[in-house]
Design a protein around this ligand. Structure first.
Ligand SMILES: [Zn+2]
Length: 146
């Protein structure tokens, strides 16, 4: 079967739809982090578009930004949840590398603007380690953890 140009276009639309989920807002892990912080008295803003990378959580009072990153989409190094699909690697590898590169650039820009940037990976929010990860995050935010 020959694929028409339209077939390729529709594949591309589907892909970009999938890719748009990378910066999908209000994901389960994000909400988890937000609830935890909120319950401990932290107040924050979400997705400030005027900041590089449109950060997930902005704690203005602490000059702190938190990104809640999916391990696959943001290429968590050495993480077992960061598994590249076996097919279409020619598509995925550059995409994911691009994301990781953009993350680094955004982080640098934010630091230059005087923000502290903490990344919390999705794998750190699994049931068995969530409490530890989040309590550590709170300590970092409040400068009690090095
Ligand atoms: Zn991970």
């Amino acid at each position: 079967m020959m694929l028409s140009r339209e077939d390729f276009v529709s594949v591309d639309i589907k892909r970009s739809y999938i890719m748009s989920k990378i910066r999908k807002t209000n994901t389960k892990p994000e909400i988890l982090v937000r609830k935890y912080l909120y319950n401990r008295g932290f107040r924050y803003r979400l997705y400030r578009k005027d900041l590089p990378g449109n950060p997930d959580i902005i704690l203005t009072k602490y000059k702190t930004i938190i990104f809640v990153n999916g391990c696959f989409w943001h290429a968590h190094e050495g993480c077992k949840y960061n598994k590249m699909p076996k097919s279409r690697t020619e598509y995925w590898i550059p995409k994911i590398e691009n994301n990781a590169q953009r993350d680094i650039i955004n982080k640098e820009k934010l630091i230059l603007l005087g923000w502290r940037v903490f990344i919390i990976w999705e794998c750190a929010l699994k049931k068995q380690n969530m409490e530890e990860s989040l309590s550590k995050l709170v300590l970092k935010i409040t400068n009690q953890f090095e």
